[in-house]
Write a protein that binds this ligand. Structure first.
Ligand code: 5RP
Length: 272
């Protein structure tokens, strides 16, 4: 692997080989997502607990201080919105490779909608992006996207198919969902796999359980947003997850960290 490519990947995946990434790109098709209405506040509160961020150029330029940044994966696909939910799979490339280089991205991320009406177009978008990025040593993160078909997030056959195709076309790592039988996705995908969170679940323990399970089964990390920054105690969840990702903490140990941090936060807010 070329030095630049390897160096960029090392900015994302830490010396233990694992990475904890913060996605705040949701606005590119959802607009002002709950508790991400002011992305600058999420960045300020949570940056210290993540290794890197997944972000669009617009939010990066407007809320991230270039002097105190983190490595970031630049979201470069889009072109659709929740206003036309049935067409979410009809994405194109929104941001040039020149822009990714100008901004100093550690990687770029693109959604691919396997099994949808625009499957072919989105797979070809990925191929084109990989061709351009390889020339400049920029890793491409393939996002296994389900569009409006949320039930696919739990379908191991579908997610394995999608992850494998993304790797075959040239993604350097794949963002997918945890699901029952997750090991099949990892075992049949020849590049690293990281887990997205999906919509917020009821308790933080559910998140600790699935993240731990996924890591045991070979995921290299998480790219988890709503289940952290939509939580009432986001820093406590982030610290607990960091322990699972980088210290191999068990779900119970993570829960203990969460409880301790939550109590600290409550004590501080009681004083104010
Ligand atoms: C939105 C995305 C998000 O980055 C991805 O869904 C991860 O965030 P969350 O944990 O909130 O699901 O690709 O298009």
């Amino acid at each position: 692997m070329d030095w630049g490519m390897e160096n960029r990947l090392a900015q994302l995946f830490q010396s233990d080989g694992h990475g904890m990434f913060m996605p705040i790109d949701h606005g590119y098709f959802q607009g002002p997502t709950r508790r991400l209405e002011k992305p600058g506040e999420v960045v300020k509160d949570l940056f210290p607990y993540y290794d890197a961020v997944f972000i669009t150029r617009g939010v990066l330029r407007s809320v991230v201080d270039p002097g105190h940044s983190k490595p970031f994966i630049l979201r470069v696909s889009g072109g659709t919105s929740m206003a036309r939910k049935h067409e979410l799979d009809n994405e194109g490339i929104t941001t040039s490779i020149k822009e990714a280089i100008r901004l100093n991205a550690s990687a770029v991320g693109i959604s691919v909608f396997v099994g949808t009406e625009h499957e072919r177009q989105s797979i070809l978008n990925l191929g084109k992006l990989v061709d351009e990025c390889e020339e400049y040593g920029i890793p491409v993160m393939g996002v296994s996207a389900v569009g409006a078909e949320a039930e696919k997030m739990q379908d191991v056959r579908y997610l394995s198919l999608s992850a494998r195709i993304l790797a075959e076309i040239g993604a350097k790592f794949v963002k997918t969902y945890w699901c029952p039988g997750f090991e099949k996705i990892v075992e049949t995908c020849p590049v690293p796999v990281i887990m997205a969170g999906g919509p917020k679940v009821d308790t933080e323990k559910e998140v600790f359980d699935f993240v731990y399970d996924g890591m045991q089964k070979g995921a290299l990390g998480i790219i988890l947003g709503r289940n952290i920054w939509q939580h009432d105690y986001p820093v406590a969840v982030a610290k607990a997850l960091r322990a699972i990702i980088h210290e191999n903490a068990s779900p119970q140990e993570a829960q203990d960290i969460f409880t301790e941090e939550k109590e600290k936060a409550e004590a501080i807010s009681a004083k104010v």
